[in-house]
Ligand binder design. Structure first.
Ligand code: NAD
Ligand code: DAU
Length: 351
């Protein structure tokens, strides 16, 4: 094994796609997936690859300084791809403190441990921090976020992510830690936890339950298929320049209401229901506090410097996503019943 790489948050939505890509594409890498298995962590996401010899799962919490230090001492990682986070804006509004502890303190622990084991030789090492477009704030009808857009986070979630980005940059400037950061727009695709708009709507439509739309549904998001985010992460991890930031986006803006109408059409067709059936479930509800109006990412730098581009058009991506959810009802059932949380015990403790 020529490299040992730590991926944090690998049992989550995006992390599981990144783990799968790295484990299968780089058989010479030893991949350690570190995840605390919060409500958002689901090892069933990785069932298909968890028998592979270069994949290892470690249950642990990035907030635990001593544990993180000992993990870095034990494995002497060559690289870190850091995705572990509290990721849901609505939860950050209800309970901000958890976001500060995981997203800021947890990131600090990883930075410190990486610095400790790399301080005498940073050659070939890499600390890759995965961030979000939400750090740039909220756009009006015009314009796009570029890498130099000033930070203007407006929710406890985005403020905690912005804070962690600043710490990562501070370690580059102060200690020459070889860091790279990317800021991505909204992801969608298989394994998305059903608290987020698209999987929540798919599940509710399937069960003929109301689809909650915050406010007037006029907020705009730029959607990227999760496997395209994973391929961008692969590219940036291997070819990005130290100290740089890369924006990742789908160039695919939708108002929430248009997106949900599109999803309703796809669901009606896949479920053989008369056109218009699902749209009747749309229900306007109280708006999210401080709801950012619009995000849009300009990913020209990533495309021109590193040659990345998304592989899927949205029409194809949303069909694939719906197909995946309809074919994997058991995955959703296990989340709804809480059974997914037993997977760790069955797989790693009882054996
Ligand atoms: P997710 O909530 O699905 O997964 C997060 C994972 O982190 C879970 O497996 C969880 O168990 C783990 N985790 C949480 N707290 C932890 C802790 N203290 N210690 C160890 N593990 C912990 O999130 P996601 O949507 O896959 O997002 C992954 C990363 O990508 C996050 O950093 C997020 O900010 C960023 N991001 C997400 C999106 C998106 O659209 N989902 C877009 C851009 C950036
Ligand atoms: O932009 C990247 C960010 O995208 C990531 O950093 C976050 O981790 C990720 O959760 C996502 O944040 P959003 O808040 O944009 O995603 P969410 O799916 O929660 O909401 C998408 C839009 O839909 C947003 O405008 C709020 C709205 N919404 C959401 C839910 C859950 C609804 O109208 N109804 C809902 O029930």
């Amino acid at each position: 094994m020529n490299k040992t790489i730590l991926i944090t948050g690998g049992a989550g939505f995006i992390g599981s796609h990144v783990v799968r890509l790295f484990v299968t594409k780089y058989p010479d890498y030893k991949i350690i997936n570190l995840d605390a298995l919060t409500y958002a962590g689901n090892l069933e996401n990785l069932k298909d690859i968890d028998h592979l010899g270069n994949y290892n799962f470690v249950k642990g919490d990035i907030r635990d300084t001593e544990f993180i230090n000992s993990l870095f001492e034990k494995y002497q990682f060559d690289g870190v791809v850091h995705l572990a986070a509290e990721s849901h804006v609505d939860r950050s509004i209800a309970n901000p403190l958890e976001f500060i502890q995981t997203n800021i303190v947890g990131t600090m622990n990883l930075l410190n441990s990486a610095r400790n084991i790399w301080k005498d030789n940073m050659e070939g090492k890499r600390f890759y921090h995965i961030s979000t477009d939400e750090v740039y704030g909220s756009l009006g009808k015009e314009g796009m976020f570029v890498e130099t857009t000033p930070y203007d986070p407006r929710s406890p979630y985005s403020a905690s992510k912005a804070s962690s980005d600043h710490l990562v940059r501070a370690y580059f400037h102060t200690y020459k830690l070889p860091v790279v950061i990317s800021n991505c727009s909204n992801n969608y695709g298989p394994n998305h936890f059903p608290e987020k708009l698209i999987p929540l709507a798919i599940n509710n439509i399937k069960n003929s339950k109301p689809i909650p739309i915050y406010g007037k549904g006029e907020n705009v998001r730029d959607w990227l298929f999760v496997k395209d985010h994973a391929s961008a992460i692969d590219r940036i991890y291997h070819a990005g320049r130290n100290g740089e930031t890369y924006n990742i986006g789908g160039n695919n803006e939708w108002t929430n209401i248009d997106l949900i109408h599109k999803l309703c059409e796809v669901m009606d067709s896949k479920l053989n229901r008369p056109a218009g059936t699902s749209a009747k479930l749309i229900t306007y509800v109280k708006d999210r506090a401080g709801h950012d109006l619009r995000y849009a990412i300009d990913s020209t730098k990533l495309q021109t410097e590193l040659g990345w581009e998304p592989s899927l058009q949205f029409e194809e991506g949303i069909e694939k996503t719906v197909d995946w959810y309809l074919a994997n009802q058991e995955w959703m059932d296990h989340i709804m019943t809480g059974d997914y949380e037993k997977y760790y015990d069955d797989q790693y403790v009882k054996r």
